[in-house]
Design a protein. Structure first.
Length: 481
């Protein structure tokens, strides 16, 4: 997705409904009736235990996907519209300025509900004046598209604080959409536990209702329609409304891009569609309204690239994604290219592709985590991975990719920090160890930090004078102080 990537993981694999596992238990029961002796009961017990293990594993996965990988500090409280200004527009007429998603999350944490509503209403007004400003509200909604379970009371309080505005309903609907996705997980349908589907549906119902409430307050809130489209194609009771919602969104904003992209994702074969349908939808988008629609065809190539990669055809995956990039340097195309260049050992080109994508979408957690993974796994550049990972943790702390890459980066920083200490580069050592501690605190790290901090200090008057002199010489340096 533009922002939270729709096609990054998971698949319905032509299956619009959860797989039914009851047949296994039915066959087991029949076998018990027919069979006799201890063996039949042993087999029954083995199968029941196996099912229970799978259910327990699925429950652990659901829990992890709503739990922050690390608790990191959010940025200071915004005192004006949380918009990071950059001059000019891109080649399609979109402003280069972008919403400070982390700043919005700070406002939510500090319970600044009136301010949040005012800012989101301003972003909607900007969009209604010029659809090229669509990413302001789109990204604001995505700032809350994160599944940490402790956030729900804040969204409820926001709704109570400004119940007549679309803003809190859009935000809570985006949050509940993320909770539903986290409940389902990102595996193919045939590998997804039935309890995961139940968790998804339990969240999607309230999410859809919130989004409808937002649209009742303002029918032109396109991000609400986009989330409804995504709920519809992922599954549940809203699947039959997929095309109807999309037509409604296109009527509200013929030139909007993210909602077209999400519609194309819902037409992928993995979600029950076809490449012919994707091609037709891409062609039907009015390029006279938004010339950027010429790139929509590239999402077919990106999906083909993913299938080629899953089939161990890395060269084929790269050929497909290069065809997409040739249509235009969409952030999603660049992300996919970076993902497939990295395992082909073209690390520099992979990082260049991801950096270019991040220039277009600076606070996209999927892009940040993608580049952090390349730095960590491929180039072993843990200090370079650290800022990307930290920002991603501010934006989407429960993301499974964050859970996966965080210990790798923390351990890499610890190793580099200790090596720097052994080579008497203690200033560098303490910075690296502090970064590791922010990600994954432990007693071992605290002991290492203490040893570095006290290294060479014997408490003499001369040592104290030296420390004071260094602190006075660098008054703005935290580590000198």
């Amino acid at each position: 997705m533009t922002g939270t990537n729709d096609s990054r993981r998971g698949s319905g694999e032509n299956e619009r409904k959860p797989l039914v596992r009851g047949s296994l238990l039915a066959a087991l029961a029949l076998g018990v009736v027919i069979a006799t002796g201890v063996g039949a009961f042993a087999l029954r017990d083995w199968v029941v235990e196996r099912i229970q293990r799978r259910n327990d594993e699925a429950a652990r996965g659901r829990s992890e996907r709503v739990t922050s990988a690390a608790i990191v500090a959010l940025p200071p409280l915004a005192v004006k519209v949380p918009l990071i200004e950059r001059p000019g527009k891109d080649e399609h007429g979109y402003p280069r300025s972008y919403v400070d998603r982390a700043g919005l999350r700070t406002l939510l944490k500090r319970e600044k509900y009136q301010e949040l509503t005012r800012y989101l209403e301003q972003f909607q007004a900007d969009f209604e004046a010029d659809f090229h400003a669509e990413y302001f509200l789109n990204d604001a909604a995505e700032a809350f598209e994160t599944a940490e379970k402790e956030l729900e009371p804040r969204f409820d309080a926001w709704v109570s604080a400004t119940p007549t505005s679309f803003a809190p309903y859009l935000a809570r609907g985006s949050y509940r959409f993320a909770v539903g996705v986290a409940g389902r997980g990102f595996a193919y349908a045939r590998k997804t536990n039935s309890e995961n589907f139940a968790a998804m549906n339990a969240a999607f119902g309230p999410a859809f209702a919130d989004l409808e409430q937002a649209l009742s307050k303002n029918p032109r809130v396109v991000p609400a329609l986009r989330d409804q489209i995504r709920i519809a194609f992922i599954g549940g009771e809203y699947q039959s409304r997929f095309h109807t919602i999309a037509k409604r969104a296109f009527a509200v904003c013929p030139g909007c891009y993210p909602v077209r992209y999400s519609y194309l994702v819902g037409l992928q074969p993995r979600w029950g569609g076809s490449y012919d349908e994707m091609e037709s939808a891409a062609r039907s988008a009015p390029r006279s309204v938004n010339p950027r629609f010429a790139t929509l065809r590239g999402y077919v190539d990106c999906d083909r690239a993913q299938l080629a990669y899953e089939g161990n055809d890395l060269a084929g995956a790269l050929r497909h994604v290069e065809r997409a990039v040739a249509l235009g340097e969409e952030p999603e195309f660049l992300r996919v290219r970076g993902r497939y260049l990295a395992p082909s050992r073209q690390i520099k080109l992979a990082l260049e592709s991801l950096t270019k994508a991040l220039d277009r979408r600076p606070q996209d957690p999927a892009l940040l985590l993608e580049r952090a993974q390349v730095y960590a796994y491929e180039s072993k550049d843990y200090p370079a991975a650290y800022p990307d990972l930290m920002l991603a943790l501010q934006l989407k702390p429960a993301d499974p990719d964050a859970h996966e890459v965080l210990p790798v980066v923390a351990q890499g920083l610890t190793k580099l920090g200790w090596q720097a200490h052994q080579e008497r580069r203690n200033q560098e050592a303490i910075v690296l160890l502090d970064q590791a501690t922010e990600l994954l605190p432990s007693r071992d790290l605290e002991a290492r930090r203490f040893e570095v901090l006290t290294s060479g200090f014997n408490g003499s008057d001369e040592a104290v004078t030296k420390l004071e002199s260094e602190a006075n010489a660098r008054p703005d340096d935290f580590y000198a102080q």
